[in-house]
Design a protein around this ligand. Structure first.
Ligand code: ADP
Length: 432
């Protein structure tokens, strides 16, 4: 057996090592000397960090030596980065937090906007990590339903952060599985079920309002979170629908800082539309390291996320439980079935908007095989409340026994699945 190749990299101060690792490869990264960080989280010296299917930057403020073991598909050092401007932004935000603490007011409520693949999620992680490094406890709000940084794709989520973001696992893929997953604080997740806010804008806006309500309540009760503020990561929609969502978000979360990443026109529009109402609009450059992700890469990331939700990572493995469920013990629901029908085909008096939040039953059948369903915390089916009920977690349909009217599901928790209502979206996963 040949040992994987190792390579040492010497980075000068304010340099960044950018690496890309394929999904079928594992690469180990070790900080040998000096200091370095990955999207704001400091690396420990002589600790091996393992990555697969990732594109990352290892940045150093003061210089360092990095050892990479394994084969990266891309690896190079960049000496031009926007990191100083990102740090200065953090310092300005921290000043707001200091003032908020002194005056018992709310800390900054930051929203990061820009097109797809400009580094919004990476900047969110950095700003949150820098705040955590100063013992702040900010709330991370993820409105990017295509990605699912905190849980699964298709959700709108918020999570109060108290511990550093993990270098290898990010925000943690199994955080909503159940308290057994070891997460100190359960993130709040609402199920949307589509990849783009445009797919069902009425439902998206309903859930955004609900999430904001819950976050605002949390901020009222939790002083550390209130003074630390929130960071909102958005989807990359910057057309008319995107602008409407941004405006709704500003109002709902009382956003007072908008960071526009890598888009001049969006910056000009945000300044024109929102600065007069007291919102600070900041323009930051996109890092040259941000990588455009094609559909295949996004799909693979999604698969990796689902896999990690049930099986954990190599660092913290989970063993999912297989359970057989009777069709009649559950109700599988789906939203907005009628939204695809032309308006003329809708019942008289019911417009398209209503049908967009209409809840319909789905009969269990072979079609459900390999679907990932979201388990609602609702005990009763009351509309529209059930749409706005948060999630208990997710299950995966591994077998359908049509004749016996049963299905087998994988879940991260043992025993019977205590909840009756399961949401079906567009998420499928072929377990490998
Ligand atoms: P957005 O949220 O705007 O879609 P992301 O922050 O998710 O963009 O970045 C897109 C991809 O580029 C991600 O895979 C991320 O890990 C990667 N990336 C971001 N910044 C860098 C960088 N400086 N060097 C290398 N890869 C990066």
């Amino acid at each position: 057996m040949t040992l994987p190749e190792s390579k040492e990299w010497l980075l000068d101060e304010e340099n960044e090592l950018r690496i890309e690792i394929d999904f079928d490869t594992k690469v180990k990264l070790r900080l040998v000397t000096g200091t370095a960080e990955v999207f704001g989280t400091e690396l420990g010296q002589n600790v091996d960090y393992e990555f697969s299917g990732r594109k990352i930057a290892v940045f150093t403020w003061h210089g360092c030596k990095i050892l990479i073991t394994g084969t990266c598909s891309v690896e190079y050092i960049a000496n031009e980065t926007p990191m100083l401007s990102y740090l200065n932004t953090h310092i300005a935000l921290e000043q707001r937090r200091v003032l908020a603490t002194q005056n018992n007011k709310a800390g900054p409520r930051i929203m990061i906007v820009g097109p797809n693949d400009v580094g919004k999620t990476s900047l969110s992680k950095m700003l949150l990590s820098y705040a955590l490094r100063q013992s702040r406890q900010p709330i991370y709000v993820d409105l990017d339903c295509s990605e699912g940084s905190i849980t699964m794709p298709g959700c709108l989520t918020a999570t109060p952060l108290t511990e550093m973001i993990d270098v290898e696992e990010g925000f943690g893929s199994s955080a909503t599985s159940a308290p057994t997953a070891g997460s100190a604080v359960m993130p709040l997740a609402y199920y949307y079920g589509f990849p783009s806010p445009k797919d069902n804008s009425k439902l998206y806006s309903l859930l955004l309002a609900r999430l904001a309500q819950s976050v605002n309540r949390r901020l009222e009760e939790d002083e550390a979170a209130r003074t630390s503020g929130i960071v909102i990561d958005t989807n990359g929609l910057i057309d008319a629908t995107g602008y409407e969502i941004i405006a709704q978000c500003i109002k709902a979360f009382s956003v007072d800082v908008i960071i526009v990443l890598g888009h001049e026109r969006l910056y000009a529009d945000m300044t024109r539309l929102h600065q007069k109402s007291g919102v600070a609009v900041i323009k930051l450059a996109k890092s040259g390291g941000v990588v455009e992700r094609d559909t295949a890469f996004r799909r693979q990331t999604q698969n990796q996320k689902i896999r990690e939700y049930f099986y954990g990572t190599s660092k913290s493995e989970l063993a999912p439980y297989s359970t057989m469920i009777n069709f009649h013990d559950i109700e599988i629901l789906r939203v907005g079935e009628g939204s695809l029908a032309p308006s003329s085909a809708l019942p008289i008096g019911e417009d398209r908007k209503v049908s967009e939040t209409h809840v319909v039953n789905v009969e269990p059948s072979e079609n459900l095989l390999h679907s990932v369903l979201a388990v609602s915390n609702a005990d009763k089916r009351v509309e529209p409340d059930i749409l706005e009920t948060n999630l208990a977690g997710f299950i995966y349909v591994s077998e359908i026994h049509d004749a016996r009217k049963k299905l087998t599901v994988l879940s991260p928790c043992p025993g019977r699945i205590p909840k009756k209502f399961w949401w079906l979206g567009s998420l499928k996963w072929a377990e490998d």
